[in-house]
Design a protein around this ligand. Structure first.
Ligand SMILES: [Zn+2]
Ligand SMILES: [Zn+2]
Length: 380
C-alpha cells in the first residue's frame, strides 16, 4: 500500500534531470531552453506555405494542374514532421555519473596519475581507445563526470554530453546528435525541395497571369494578387542559399560518415595520422549507415519514476514487498554512456575484460573503452 503511494508521488526522471533542456507533455517532448529561433523557423515555414496555398494554389490548380497543391501539401507535411521529430526528441544525451560513480572515477584517475607535485598541473584526463586500428582519445567531461564515448561532445547550450554530437542547431531548437541526425538531414533536404518548389511556382504563377491578362492589368484589376507572391519569392530566395547549401554540406559529411563537430575540429584530417575509423571508405555504405542504420533508444528514461532507494537497514523488507516498477531498480544501476553505442561494438576495440559484465556496479562510464588501452599507451 505504502509502496503504491510512493510510486504515485514519485516524480518522473525528467523533472530531476540536470542540464538546460526543457520538457513538456510529461517528459515526452525534450528541447533546448532557448526556443526563439525555433519559433521563427516555424513562422517562416508555416507563413510562406499558407500564403502559397491561399494565393497561388487555387489559380495554379485551375490553370495548370490540381496535382501542384496536392504535392505542395504532402511536402509541407513531411517538412513539418521532420522538423518536429528533430526538435522534440532526445538527440542522444548521455546521463551524468551518479555521485558514487563520479567518486569512483576520480579515485581511479588519482590512482593512475600518482602524486602530482604541488604547483604542477595534473596531466590531462584522457584515455585512448583503439577503433579500427586507429587510436581515438576519450576526453573526460568535468560537468558530466564521465569519460565521453567516441564522437560524443558536451553541448554548452544544453549543458549535456551528446552522443555522436553534430552541432547545436538554434533553428530546430535542439542539439543534433546520434538519435535525431537523420531527421535533421531529411528536414533540410525536404525544406530545400519545398523552397525550390514554391519559388518555381511563384514565378510560374506570375508568368501565367501576365500571359493571360498582362502584368499591369492584373495589378490594376486585383491589386492584392502580387504582394504575397513577392513576399514568398523574397523569403524563398534568401532561404534557398542557406538551406540548399546546408543540405549539400551535410550530404558531403554523410558520404564521409563524419559529423560537423569532427569536420570543424579536423578530427580526421590526418594531422595526427588518425583517419576516420568510422568511414567505410565507400559513399553508399556510409550513407546507408547514417541514414538507414538502427534507431537507438534514449538512455535517459525520461518518463521513468524516481524512487528513492531505501536505506540499507530497511532495504531487506522494502525489496521483499515487490517493487511496483521494475525499471525503478535501475535508479542505482551504473550509467554506462556507451551502453547502446554500436559505434563501440562495431569497431574492433582492443580486448576488453569488462565487456562481459556491463551491468556490474562501477566503474560506470568506461564499459568497453577506458581500460582497454595497452599499458604502453599511458592512457592518462
Ligand atoms: Zn558533459
Ligand atoms: Zn545543445
Amino acid at each position: 500500500m505504502s509502496a503504491v503511494m510512493v510510486a504515485r508521488k514519485a516524480p518522473r526522471r525528467w523533472e530531476k534531470l540536470p542540464g538546460k533542456n526543457t520538457f513538456c507533455c510529461d517528459g515526452r517532448v525534450m528541447m533546448a531552453r532557448q526556443k526563439g529561433v525555433f519559433y521563427l523557423t516555424l513562422f517562416l515555414i508555416v507563413g510562406t506555405c499558407s500564403l502559397f496555398f491561399a494565393f497561388e494554389c487555387p489559380y495554379l490548380a485551375v490553370h495548370l494542374s490540381p496535382a501542384i497543391p496536392v504535392f505542395a501539401v504532402v511536402l509541407f507535411l513531411f517538412v513539418m514532421a521532420m522538423l518536429l521529430r528533430t526538435s522534440f526528441s532526445d538527440p542522444g544525451v548521455l546521463p551524468r555519473a551518479l555521485p558514487a560513480e563520479a567518486t569512483f572515477i576520480e579515485m581511479e584517475i588519482e590512482a593512475a596519475n600518482g602524486n602530482v607535485p604541488a604547483g604542477q598541473r595534473p596531466p590531462p584526463r584522457i584515455r585512448n581507445v583503439q577503433i579500427n586500428n586507429q587510436i581515438v582519445k576519450l576526453k573526460y567531461c568535468y560537468t558530466c563526470k564521465i569519460f565521453r564515448p567516441p564522437r560524443a561532445s558536451h553541448c554548452g547550450i544544453c549543458d549535456n554530453c551528446v552522443e555522436r554530437f553534430d552541432h547545436h542547431c538554434p533553428w530546430v531548437g535542439n542539439c543534433v546528435g546520434k538519435r535525431n541526425y537523420r531527421y535533421f538531414y531529411l528536414f533540410t533536404l525536404s525544406l530545400s525541395l519545398l523552397t525550390i518548389y514554391i519559388f518555381t511556382f511563384d514565378i510560374v504563377h506570375v508568368v501565367l497571369r501576365s500571359v493571360d491578362s498582362g502584368f499591369v492589368n492584373t495589378l490594376k484589376e486585383t491589386p492584392g494578387t502580387y504582394p504575397p507572391t513577392v513576399l514568398e519569392v523574397l523569403v524563398c530566395f534568401f532561404t534557398l542559399w542557406s538551406v540548399v547549401g546546408l543540405t549539400g554540406f551535410h550530404t558531403y559529411l554523410i558520404s564521409l560518415n563524419q559529423t560537423t563537430n569532427e569536420d570543424i575540429k579536423g578530427s580526421w584530417s590526418g594531422k595526427n595520422r588518425v583517419q576516420n575509423p568510422y568511414s567505410h571508405r565507400n559513399i553508399i555504405k556510409n550513407c546507408c549507415e547514417v541514414l538507414c542504420g538502427p534507431v537507438y533508444p534514449s538512455v535517459l528514461d525520461r518518463r521513468g519514476l524516481m524512487v528513492e532507494t531505501p536505506t540499507p537497514p530497511i532495504s531487506t523488507t522494502a525489496t521483499k514487498n515487490s517493487d511496483p516498477d521494475p525499471q525503478n531498480t535501475k535508479t542505482t544501476a551504473p550509467l554506462i554512456p556507451n551502453e547502446h553505442t554500436p559505434d563501440d561494438t562495431k569497431p574492433s576495440i582492443a580486448s576488453s575484460p569488462e565487456k562481459s559484465s556491463p551491468k556490474e556496479p562501477p566503474p560506470p562510464s568506461l564499459g568497453d573503452t577506458g581500460e582497454t588501452t595497452p599499458v604502453k599507451e599511458k592512457a592518462f
